[in-house]
Design a protein around this ligand. Sequence first.
Ligand SMILES: NC(=O)c1ccc[n+]([C@@H]2O[C@H](COP(=O)([O-])OP(=O)(O)OC[C@H]3O[C@@H](n4cnc5c(N)ncnc54)[C@H](OP(=O)(O)O)[C@@H]3O)[C@@H](O)[C@H]2O)c1
Length: 292
Amino acid sequence: MRIVLFGKNGQLGWEFQRILPILGEVIALGRDEVDVSDLHSVQKILNELKPNLIINASAYTEVDRAEIELELAMNINALAPAVMAEAARKQGAVFIQYSTDYVFDGKKDIPYTENDPTHPLNTYGRSKLMGEENIKQAGEAYLILRTSWVYSLRGNSFVNKVLGWARKNENLKIVSDQISGPTWARMLAGITSLMLAQNSANLLEIIRERRSVYHLAGAGYTSRYEWAKEILVNDPNRTEQIVRDLEPARSDDFPTTAVRPLFSALDCTRFEDTFGLKLPNWNSTLKLAMTR
Ligand SMILES: NC(=O)c1ccc[n+]([C@@H]2O[C@H](COP(=O)([O-])OP(=O)(O)OC[C@H]3O[C@@H](n4cnc5c(N)ncnc54)[C@H](OP(=O)(O)O)[C@@H]3O)[C@@H](O)[C@H]2O)c1
């Protein structure tokens, strides 16, 4: 199997680089190889490489900056995935796209299912939702996997931010009214790869039949505040922390350019029922992720 991976240097893309070679020949592309906002380049490279599987881990993920760089966010999150989905259809390849819990407005108080109406509150969410719609129009054998609060121990994740803040501040305030499911990038790449491996004998046919939007995130849900507490407890170098007080705060205390949904946990039953796989609880996963 020949696999093209976009976004190889992101949280998820990096983890895919580690695991995908088990499945086949991997051509991993980062910004230096292909700028995905240049739609012609995306089309050209896929025409040249003719993969059997395209995984898009690239995205415009700066939620606040997207309000200003609207056009760029739309190109990367809405238009590039459409080009990938269309190329996949024309070439008989499978296309895997990731989307977000931010397609919802966060007004529910139980986890969102794939049947719940979408209503994004910010440009990032709108651009990702437009990406979903475009893929449905242009694609054939695709999966759109909506996930939430992706983190890794590499890069600028919430986990690393909290660890950094705890080394610089005695008092920390973290919002307790934003609730979702933290998802370890390594687990997300792992469960996707396992699903692809289990179906590899007849992948194109199976994914064509099962093409849909699926929710796929760490099981359970929590607030940013509770998540931060667990991050501090699991810090492998706890003695470096100077933080004494971790206080809950409200989103209103920290105005941001983009409005975020308050409750955006995802119900992942459809993925589990379809593929027989589920991500473990966010809390036990965080412990594993943070243990050296
Ligand atoms: N992070 C979250 O909390 C979260 C939550 C829900 C859903 N998701 C979705 O999950 C997926 C993976 O997210 P992630 O956290 O792994 O994202 P990430 O760490 O921000 O990685 C995104 C990657 O896309 C690349 N990229 C951005 N613009 C590009 C361009 N014009 N050309 C080529 N590459 C470009 C970035 O390249 P550089 O490394 O060069 O910047 C980066 O490597 C995305 O679809 C995202 O929307 C994420």
